[in-house]
Design a protein around this ligand. Structure first.
Ligand code: SF4
Length: 273
């Protein structure tokens, strides 16, 4: 993709758009992107007003609404991390409640991309065209990861779910901030690299603990990765391809206990009382 970008002088988003247009008109593509973004916004906004206890037996209360309310009441004391946590947790609480989310790239990791994009649109005045660019770039990166490794927690652990979502979000954010193709690849690599080895060990098999907070941290890492990459030249030590290969190998060597089976890690570390 880097070489294709050099050869054609097209951005990742533009190449992805050209690819999609082989199968559909520009009108259909843009409508599809708008529909995805609309659904993402609904998940965030529904999650920010919902309250009560999440189903499944852990008796976890929803937290996004009260966190968001605190931020709204005192915005001068709210920082970037606070907002990203509220938006990501809102989506993952919706997922935990069995409500609609956008698989981006999976349900368990559905909060990362909406949180980063929602923050960009609401707090940094992102435009409709930038939303398209973000989503096209993120999907191109997600496609590479899925093709060369996996986005499934059952196959490679949570590095493949939240790690992939963070790489996609970092790439999208870097793109809309004017990053070069090399910087975008760097952003995705940084975000994925710092999720390598992360296991999937959901308590009681529910996508709640650690998943809800984990998406918040994925969004924060994605934002940081994009910021770090955009301040660099794009030249960096570890190529994204190698990082994806490392993720695959790590996943292959990971015990089955840490691949969505709830037989290890946090899932077997619950205090009995
Ligand atoms: S811990 Fe497992 S179920 Fe939870 S988000 Fe990660 S991969 Fe998905």
């Amino acid at each position: 993709m880097l070489q294709m970008s050099i050869d054609t002088k097209l951005s990742i988003a533009h190449m992805k758009q050209v690819n999609e247009l082989a199968d559909m008109s520009e009108k259909v593509l843009n409508h599809g992107l708008d529909t995805i973004w609309q659904a993402m916004q609904i998940c965030v906004e529904k999650g920010l007003i919902a309250q009560g206890t999440l189903p499944g037996g852990l008796n976890l209360p929803r937290r996004a609404k009260s966190l968001h309310q605190q931020l709204m009441d005192n915005p001068l004391e709210a920082n970037l991390n606070d907002w990203l946590c509220a938006y990501a947790m809102a989506v993952n609480e919706e997922n935990a409640a069995g409500n609609m989310v956008v698989t981006a790239p999976t349900n368990g990791a559905a909060g990362v991309i909406p949180a980063v994009l929602y923050y960009y649109v609401k707090h940094e005045m992102g435009s409709k065209e930038q939303v398209w660019e973000f989503l096209l770039t993120a999907s191109a990166i997600g496609g590479i990861i899925k093709h060369r490794s996996s986005i499934s927690g059952a196959e490679v652990g949570c590095q493949g779910e939240v790690g992939s979502a963070a790489a996609m979000a970092a790439a999208g954010l870097c793109a809309v901030r004017g990053g070069t193709t090399e910087q975008i690849e760097n952003a995705a690599e940084i975000a994925l690299e710092h999720h390598l080895g992360m296991t999937c060990d959901p308590v009681k098999g529910l996508v709640q603990v650690p998943c809800i907070e984990r998406n918040a941290f994925g969004a924060i890492k994605a934002y940081t990765a994009a910021s770090l990459a955009i301040r660099g030249s794009g030249h960096h030590f570890m190529p994204l391809d190698n990082c994806i290969a490392a993720m695959k190998q790590t996943g292959l060597e990971m015990s089955e206990k840490y691949k969505e089976t709830s037989l290890g890690g946090l899932a077997v570390s619950i205090t009995e009382c």
